[in-house]
Design a protein around this ligand. Sequence first.
Ligand code: 6PG
Length: 237
Amino acid sequence: MEVKILADAETLAKAVAEAWMQRATQHQATRPWSVALSGGSTPRALFLLLAKEPYCAKIPWERLIAFFGDERSVPPDHDDANVRMARQTLLDHVPMPYHRMPADTGGAKGYAALLEKHLPLNEEGVPVFDLVLLGIGEDGHTASLFPGTEALTETERWVVMNDVPQLDTQRMTLTFPVINAAREVWVLASGKSKQKVVDGVFQSSEAAAAYPITSVDPKQGNLVWWLDRDATTTENR
Ligand code: 6PG
């Protein structure tokens, strides 16, 4: 695991955009470079940047393919839809093919089949992303894997509709088997509101044991935490 701590949210977005560009341009395989996009405020800043120069011109967008890590059960043009945010900030501005998660109609099985069709499979038959982008919530959730929910223990399915009683809703989400099969997983967090949860994870606090984010553990891949200074007190200890 690697932890990168950048000065502020802007510097963080730039560092992640540079790393994204490096991975995507160095990708040699004939199949596309695949990424699972996340919702939330930190990816938003990243997507806005990627849609601008130099990234929009230098990244071979047609040779990438994007999926989503999670989606709220709303139509794609709803204010809360992760795909809407991703379209407004990035997907409408670059020619990257993408597949939205149909959480409004509930097609988890179909979405898993899409992953199996487009991504290479590991020896256990799990689709392997080149990159999974994740955020982290103040309750330790990641993607739509919330504390105490059923999807946390899923081992057979790559995509599920997860009941989230604490939000009185259902969300579609990737599950840990597919997240942990990725070549790289980047957890992005910025701002003081994340400090408690991020510090809890790094200090293995008692509360952190219940944080779903602690189950992110790519078996054969790299896990990188991209943080800004406000998101952790780690380096000051
Ligand atoms: C979503 C997400 C979710 C998010 C975290 C952090 O759909 O909300 O994918 O897992 O990444 O809640 O969100 P913020 O960066 O907005 O705090």
